[in-house]
Design a protein around this ligand. Structure first.
Ligand code: MG
Length: 278
């Protein structure tokens, strides 16, 4: 596959992102697949999904895990509900995460990704240590089947993320770098953050966001790629300098014209790829 194949999010549950027909229509060679619900993860489903994507010539680069109770309404809701951080749901979610890793392995996919949630406190805190332990459990499970565990960026500053990665101390732990999230969560300059965590990046979201917010704008609302404050060309040049050759996965979440914005984003990325890689 070429360097920097384009990609989008795909879903087979419907609702989130695009189904395989939309992916084919856009002509992208890769997707990050939102993990389907348990009811759609049987061996039969898995064989069918694998066959359909193979027949369409589309590579699934990462199976991305979310939970039905994840709530992004406010940053405080994120702290309370997202990922493996909330204690009340941690055990059940760990179990499901390992099941999804198995599902991904059966699909032949070597990475799972997740918003882990806000890493709590300082390394000496019990809550921090507990999150280290649960993350190690995911990594150790992944190692047995040659997989990686990609952490979505944004909630933490680059330094906090590095501290956490070092505390976990597992080679399977990687970063899915989302530059827009750094802006949306106020977690620091995205390109400076990429400099810091670049060695750990194994997948990216091509997503943009504006620093300036309208009075009525939800905090999480992203911007069409190339119209926000990420500086997509500089982002790609930095990825190139880091030797990153993996997929450029477009993420456009909150838009009245998601399909139109994704089509424009594809054009932008294809143009920049030609310009930068020659
Ligand atoms: Mg993202």
């Amino acid at each position: 596959m070429q360097i920097w194949p384009t990609g989008i999010f795909a879903s087979i549950d419907g609702g989130l992102g695009a189904g395989i027909e939309s992916v084919q229509k856009l002509g992208v060679p890769t997707v990050q697949l939102s993990a389907p619900s348990a009811a759609l993860r049987t061996a039969e489903d898995c064989a069918q999904i694998k066959a359909e994507f193979a027949a369409a010539g589309i590579q699934i680069s990462v199976v991305f895990i979310g939970f039905p109770e994840d709530d992004y309404q406010t940053v405080e809701h994120v702290v309370q509900t997202v990922g493996l951080v909330p204690e009340g749901t941690r055990e059940a979610r760990l179990k499901e995460t390992l099941e999804i890793a198995d599902f991904a392995a059966a699909l032949g996919v070597d990475a799972i990704g997740m918003h882990l949630g806000f890493v709590p406190g300082e390394p000496q805190d019990a809550a921090f240590q507990q999150l280290v332990e649960v993350t190690r459990a995911v990594c150790d499970h992944c190692r047995n089947q040659g997989q990686f565990f990609h952490l979505e960026t944004g909630q933490e500053t680059a330094d906090e993320l590095l501290t956490f990665i070092e505390a976990v101390g597992r080679d399977e732990l990687k970063v899915n770098f989302d530059p827009a999230n750094m802006i949306l969560y106020g977690a620091g300059d995205p390109l400076e953050a990429l400099d810091r965590v670049g060695a750990h990046v194994r997948s990216v979201h091509c997503k943009d966001a504006s620093e300036t917010r309208r009075a009525d704008q939800p905090w999480y609302e992203d911007a069409p790629l190339g119209t926000g404050d990420v500086n997509i060309e500089a982002f790609l040049r930095k990825l190139n300098d880091l030797g990153y050759e993996g997929p450029l996965t477009i993420e456009r979440e909150y838009s009245p014209d998601q399909a139109g914005d994704i089509a424009s984003a594809l054009k932008l990325l294809e143009g920049l790829r030609a310009k930068i890689l020659g």
